[in-house]
Design a protein around this ligand. Structure first.
Ligand code: PAF
Length: 283
């Protein structure tokens, strides 16, 4: 496994794979890897000849009051984990090289970036799309692997790839959870013991929505009400949003149509730590 800091060096290493038309799989990350990331690397390993993992805490996707500076970083630990998973290349660019002082382009999506996480983080998805398009242009993968936990991010990138005719497939892999149901996240380490004990209620509130839909409830406001009752069992949780939206357009749904694919998505603060989770449901 080789680690590159410069995009030119990585491009050079990938030339021979591209010339021989060998599949390149790409997993973009911000490091601080957990099982969720590693499951993407495993999938990429199964399906490709070369696996590239980027580790870059992308400053563009953090708002001024967000946790860019405290976001956990440990390249040595991440490298050990990736070596075990037989990744071929790590791309860990230096921020000043990735975004030089005269960098001025941004990629923004007008509709998909607005609801859900975009409502409280208005510049977030522009930062994500800009950073990921730049990474894609460097790596030129056959397939890009993302986690379903960041479902809105997946939809934003999937749409961007389609709109910009970028020649790659975008795959979302299932959410990986702790034994008590909490979705794995690099931010879970910031939870106090009490918060960690309460955090699985995020998942349980979504399970309640899923259960109710399966037993015939179709009114989104009632579904949300019931989910919030479950979330109240976590007294330290502060709700950012709980929404039921169309899984493709991310537009709010008032009444679920039979057979339609919806997403129940939630974001919750425990202190300063913001956690997200979601479930895809057939209406
Ligand atoms: O999900 C993440 O870790 C980041 O948003 C990503 C996709 C690596 C872009 O910086």
């Amino acid at each position: 496994m080789k680690t590159f800091r410069s995009s030119e060096a990585l491009k050079g290493a990938l030339v021979s794979f591209r010339k021989k038309n060998k599949k390149i799989g790409f997993v973009p990350t911000m490091g601080s890897l957990h099982e969720g990331h590693l499951s993407l690397v495993r999938l990429a390993r199964e399906e490709n000849k070369a696996v590239v993992v980027s580790i870059f805490v992308n400053p563009l996707q953090f708002g001024p009051k967000e946790d860019f500076w405290r976001y956990p970083r440990d390249l040595a630990r991440d490298s050990r984990l990736l070596k075990k998973e037989k990744a071929d290349f790590i791309f860990a660019p230096l921020p000043k090289e990735f975004y030089p002082e005269d960098f001025e382009t941004s990629v923004s999506l007008s509709r998909l970036s607005r609801p859900l996480c975009g409502a409280a983080r208005p510049t977030h998805f522009t930062g994500v799309a800009t950073g990921v398009l730049k990474l894609l242009n460097i790596v030129m993968p056959r397939t890009l692997y993302l986690g379903q936990k960041d479902y809105q991010q997946f939809r934003v990138i999937e749409q961007m790839v389609r709109d910009m005719d970028f020649p790659c497939r975008v795959k979302a892999a299932p959410i990986v959870r702790e034994a008590d149901g909490l979705a794995m996240s690099s931010r879970n380490i910031f939870l106090s013991r009490t918060e960690r004990r309460e955090a699985p209620f995020i998942r349980r509130s979504l399970e309640e929505v899923e259960r109710l839909v399966k037993s015939g409830f179709h009114d989104a406001s009632k579904l949300k009400q019931r989910a919030l009752e479950i979330l109240k069992l976590a007294p330290h949780a502060r709700l950012d949003y709980l929404e039921i939206v169309d899984a493709q357009s991310l537009e709010s749904v008032i009444r679920l149509k039979p057979g339609s694919k919806i997403l129940a998505a939630i974001a919750v603060f425990f202190g300063k730590t913001r956690l997200i989770d979601n479930v895809l449901i057939r209406g």
